[in-house]
Design a protein around this ligand. Sequence first.
Ligand SMILES: Nc1ncnc2c1ncn2[C@@H]1O[C@H](COP(=O)(O)OP(=O)(O)OP(=O)(O)O)[C@@H](O)[C@H]1O
Ligand SMILES: [Mg+2]
Length: 392
Amino acid sequence: MDPRRNPYSPGAGSPPPELAGRDELIERAAIALDRIRTGRAARSLILYGLRGVGKTVLLNRIAQDAEARGIATVRIEAPEQRSLPALLAPPLRTALIKLSRIEAAKSGAHRAMRALASFASVLKVKYHDIEIGLDVKPEKGLADSGDLDTDLSQLLAAAGEAARERRTALVLFIDELQYVPEEQLAALIMALHSANQAQLPITMVAAGLPQVLGQAGRAKSYAERLFEFVSIDQLDRNAAKSALSVPARKEHVAFEDSAIKTILDQTNCYPYFLQEWGKHSWNVAKASPITATDAKRATSEALDELDTSFFRVRFDRLTPTEKRYMRAMAALGPGPHRSGDIADQLGKKVTSVAPIRNGLIAKGMLYSPAHGDTAFTVPLFDGFMKRIMPEG
Ligand SMILES: Nc1ncnc2c1ncn2[C@@H]1O[C@H](COP(=O)(O)OP(=O)(O)OP(=O)(O)O)[C@@H](O)[C@H]1O
Ligand SMILES: [Mg+2]
């Protein structure tokens, strides 16, 4: 059918034509943020899950809805190897400028801006990657000790006060939270915790790979009191069906039930894969309805495409030793696997392969769902490893 009218949108962070199965969570987040805005107790959300389950689009949707309700937002995506202060300072400055446009909020927002000026100029010594132009003078004694824990607390308190004056909340939206170095994450959680105790309307909504659970827990044991950790996973079969059929229906195209069944079975209802299969099914089908035969052809096209993109970019980041480790895991099936079994498969001792495993966790390729267990962070990666390294 006409590829110009193809509604599906596979891609990192691409908003889906139908954000299926997440209404309850979107509402829960909205309630928490609105409560925090009025100084009431609520736990904000940290979304965690595998690659391609829809964390980013959900986070963006929660942020957009919050903005539409007048909440001030600071949006950050943490790449590997950038410091949190460097990532935080520029968008926080933009948010404070917006808050300061409202006359009544001027003093608080300006004070927060001076706190930010101190914060950035002092921490530049430690975090060389801070780049920010500031047109206000730092305030002496405010967020300028050079110690991240203290300065971040004072900065976020000042920003929280600015938001309160404006009768709104300031919310940090942080994606890929697992890449924030642990001591900086600890400082952030501590700063939010003290702001929370002062009932200031400032919080964070974050998303990341499953390893954020452990990282946040280790960072500060009271993270659990500030945040609800929500697992984002495959869609249930009904939601997955909507993700496929609703966008098609808007274009007056239907799926046969058997086509839907084929796609749900092949994709395991993982959102990213649903978009890929939807796109290819549409493109191979001659006319509505899309049949099981179309869905089967789409399977081979979708896998070809994933193998040269989604899976491939991740594979290319691996060293030869890491590839062998991942291939040994794949031989054992989708997982999770006991670390001992993977070592056996490689014919090595657990202790001798532990550094490889740790490196793969740091790269975000693997995570440990339970002590001694190891799993892929990318769904269906075991099948890909077998296709790309058939010899093992
Ligand atoms: N609820 C949903 N219904 C339908 N499609 C969805 C849904 N959530 C996400 N998608 C689609 O899945 C794909 C991946 O979404 P997204 O980039 O948000 O995943 P992610 O969890 O952030 O992945 P990563 O860990 O790689 O960053 C996108 O193409 C998006 O359109
Ligand atoms: Mg993402």
